[in-house]
Every structure is written in C-alpha cells, then in structure tokens.
Ligand binder design. Structure first.
Ligand code: SF4
Ligand code: SF4
Length: 278
C-alpha cells in the first residue's frame, strides 16, 4: 500500500505533511524528491545502508568502430554525435537505454556504469526511512526514483515526491494507491493545484487535498474544491507553534494538538483507500 504526497509547486509544506503523516500512521517514509531530499532532517533516522545508483552508458572502442553512425542515428536523446571521424558521447544526456550498443554490428560499443546518485536506508524507532539523492549537476532523477520504488516492495509507505508535475513526479506516483495533494490558500497555490489534480486524474489515482498554512475562514482552495466536488482531507493552520517546531527541525506530531490532527488525517486517508478498492 502506497500513498504519494505531492504539490503543484515548491514551498507548500509537502515534506512537513509527508513526514508527519508517516510518523502518525506508522508507515514507512521514502523521499523521492531526489534533487532536494530533506525529509531526513525531520525524521532523523539512523542510516544503516547506502547504495550507489548507476546507469549504463556506452564506451566506444575506436579500433573496432568503422564510422557507420548507426549509433548516432538511433540515439533519441542526442547523446551521441559524429565529429572529426569519431563518435562523441555527451554522458549527461545519455538515458542508458542501450539502443546504441544493440545497433552496432561491429562490437565497438560496450556498456560501463556511471554513478548518478545514491540511496540511503535508515530506521527511526518505529519506521523505515529511505531517501534518494541525485549527484550535483546530474539531470536524470528517474533511475533513482525507480530504484527506490523497487526497494519499497509491498510495505505501507508514504512517498514524498518532487514539487511540480515533472517526469520525476510521474515516476514517483506510478502505481500508488492514493495521492495527497498539498497546497496553500493563495492564487499561485490554486493555479498549481489544478495542474496536480489534472495529473492524478489522468493517471486514475484517487486523491484528496490538504491545505497547509490555512486560516479559520473559508479560502479560495475550499471554494474551488466545493465547486469541483473534490475532497479536502485536512487543514493545517498557519500558527506560531508550527513555525517554532519547524525552525527547530522538529516534527509537528511532537505537539499533542498536531498529533491528533495527523492521526485524524491518516484515518481519513485509509478510509478513502478502502472506499476506492470497493
Ligand atoms: S554503430 Fe558502432 S561502428 Fe557504427 S559508428 Fe557507432 S560505434 Fe562505430
Ligand atoms: S544508451 Fe541510449 S541514450 Fe545513451 S547514448 Fe546509447 S542510445 Fe543514446
């Protein structure tokens, strides 16, 4: 069972929601926001294992290459070029698809692993935590997310996604049972929320909304959700206690008031998943 936590834009409090939800529900936590994985700052698990993530990239043997350029023509990502009677590789563009080595009829291409990042696995007292980290300057986040997803297995897991609706988000939410969309009650928040809603609807994933930094008054997110019959599963108020806990790198569930709130949201989400399976 997997729940993805996503947001149409950065800075909405997605990691706050996902770490606190994981802790309140007792579900494992996986940080798929591999360009900026900061869930471990709040959960503070003891890291017990680190694994490198690599992709296979071509290595060309010039002594066997006859210059037919089939490899250059097959590459869909422009990672190969023909210049000065040589095949050139732009390794940051290579997706490791293996097509070039398949079409080379002269055995001039072999594959070598290129490290793009790593995965940490850790434990806190109750839950297993994993995070992927993309090396600085690397453009390819998806292979790390795929490796993380393989490691989750069938465990009950909260997946913290990257902000936006990029390939990384699509890879992270593929196959999840439910999506929690985190937003804030501003015009920008609503604009990006609509994009996130379109994404989960296209992928047929049941979803609910959490409003972060909300007030006691009805806001524009609630008005939109009411009009569109979209389920709001929780609201975290804009409140001094949240700011104090956040600035100390602490979880909100360490405060009784928020523990209750996240337990309530967790129960609601589990109920929604049960209904979606009927
Ligand atoms: S397909 Fe093989 S032989 Fe042809 S250019 Fe590429 S490396 Fe050289
Ligand atoms: S492995 Fe795929 S992406 Fe990389 S250079 Fe070869 S064809 Fe292009």
């Amino acid at each position: 069972m997997k729940i993805a936590v996503l947001s149409g834009k950065g800075g909405t409090g997605k990691t706050t929601i996902s770490t606190n939800l994981a802790k309140a529900m007792g579900w494992n936590y996986v940080d798929c926001d591999v360009e900026e994985p900061n869930g471990f700052i709040f959960l503070n698990p003891k890291v017990i294992k680190t694994e490198q993530v690599s992709i296979p990239v071509p290595e060309i043997d010039p002594s066997k290459c006859i210059g037919c350029q089939k490899c250059v023509n097959i590459c869909q990502f422009n990672a190969l070029a023909w210049a000065n009677k040589d095949v050139l590789l732009f390794d940051k563009l290579c997706h490791g698809c293996g097509a070039c080595s398949l079409v080379c009829g002269y055995g001039a291409i072999s594959e070598v692993d290129r490290e793009i990042g790593h995965i940490d696995v850790g434990n806190d007292e109750q839950i297993t935590c994993m995070r992927g980290t993309l090396n600085i300057g690397e453009p390819m986040a998806v292979p790390i997310i795929r490796d993380l997803k393989k490691m989750i297995g069938n465990e009950k897991t909260i997946i913290d996604c990257s902000p936006g609706s990029t390939c990384s988000v699509v890879a992270a939410i593929e196959g999840v049972d439910y999506a929690v969309l985190v937003t804030e009650p501003t015009a920008f928040g609503l604009h990006d929320l609509k994009i996130a809603i379109e994404l989960v609807r296209t992928m047929n994933i049941p979803f609910g909304i959490i409003i972060n930094r909300g007030s006691h008054e009805k806001d524009l997110i609630e008005e939109h959700c009411e009009k569109e019959k979209i389920n709001i599963i929780g609201k975290v108020m804009f409140d001094k206690d949240v700011a104090v806990l956040y600035s100390k790198g602490k979880l909100l569930v360490e405060h009784e008031k928020y523990k209750e709130l996240f337990l309530h949201i967790g129960k609601k989400v589990e109920g929604e998943i049960a209904c979606s399976l009927l």
